[in-house]
Every structure is written in structure tokens, then in C-alpha cells.
Design a binder for this molecule. Sequence first.
Ligand code: HEC
Length: 127
Amino acid sequence: MKKSNVRKIVASISMFAIALCLFSFVGINKWDVPASDAGIKNPVKADAASIAAGKAEYTKTCKMCHGEKGDSKAGAPSNFTSKEFKAQSDGAIYYKINTGFGKMPKYKAKIKADNDRWNLVNYLRTL
Ligand code: HEC
């Protein structure tokens, strides 16, 4: 094989590898919620008992990163008081609590009862 051809092949392989890296980088920086999860209905009524239980769990487990008010002034960049956050479905918020992302831990196994995680969704809605 000619030397220039080898160089071309090496160059194309490198370009391909770089493109692949860029795509996966963009991919892991998005917190995509599958439509099937976003569409899940909240089975727990947002009554006073649920919100109080959510608040207790939040204070114990989430406040250290998200702050008392849940706005972006605490350590985590997310803002539960923003329009963008409130525009999400209960299912989407529930999914994010379950799966985590980056520095946000996953709570599906840590907070065992599904209803406790739905209580958190109900509480976050009040912030
Ligand atoms: C160790 C710090 C930490 C703890 C503890 C934590 N979070 Fe988070 N959370 C984060 C970070 C950081 C993000 C932003 C992740 C990103 O977008 O990169 C986040 C994002 C979120 C989001 C998504 C916000 C949005 O804009 O859609 C929700 C919902 C959430 N957290 C809920 C909770 C709940 C509920 C708890 C407690 C059970 C909790 N978090 C505990 C760090 C934390």
C-alpha cells in the first residue's frame, strides 16, 4: 500500500473516532426522559399528608444539595421554582429522582417505597 493511502486511512479513522467521542459527549450531557416514563400518572394524591411526608424526606435527603427553597442558589444547578421545572410532567420528575444524573444520585433503590418518591414529586411541586 502507498504511504499516502495509509495516511488517508489513519486520518479517516481518527476523524471517525473524534466524531464518535463528540456524539457520546453530547449524549451523556442530556437527561432524556423516555416518553413512556414521562407519561406515567402520579398515583399519589398531592394532599397535605403526601406533601408533609415529601417535605420530611426532602429535608433529610435532598436539602443538603438542593437547599431549603430548592432554587439554584444551593449547590445543585437545578431550580425547582423555575417555569422550566414546573413545565415537566410528574412522571418526568419521578424518573429523574429514580435514575439520577451526573452528581444527582439515583434514589430508586435508596428510597424503597414508590409512594415515598411520589411524595417527593408532590412536595417539589409546592416549591
Ligand atoms: C449530592 C447532591 C444531591 C442530592 C443529595 C440530591 N440531588 Fe437532585 N440534583 C443534584 C444535581 C447536581 C442535579 C443537576 C444534575 C444535572 O442536570 O447535571 C440534580 C437534579 C435534580 C432534579 C432534576 C431537576 C430538573 O431541572 O429537572 C430533580 C427532580 C432532583 N434533583 C431531585 C432530588 C431529590 C428529590 C433529592 C432527594 C431525594 C435529590 N435531588 C438529592 C444533586 C443532588
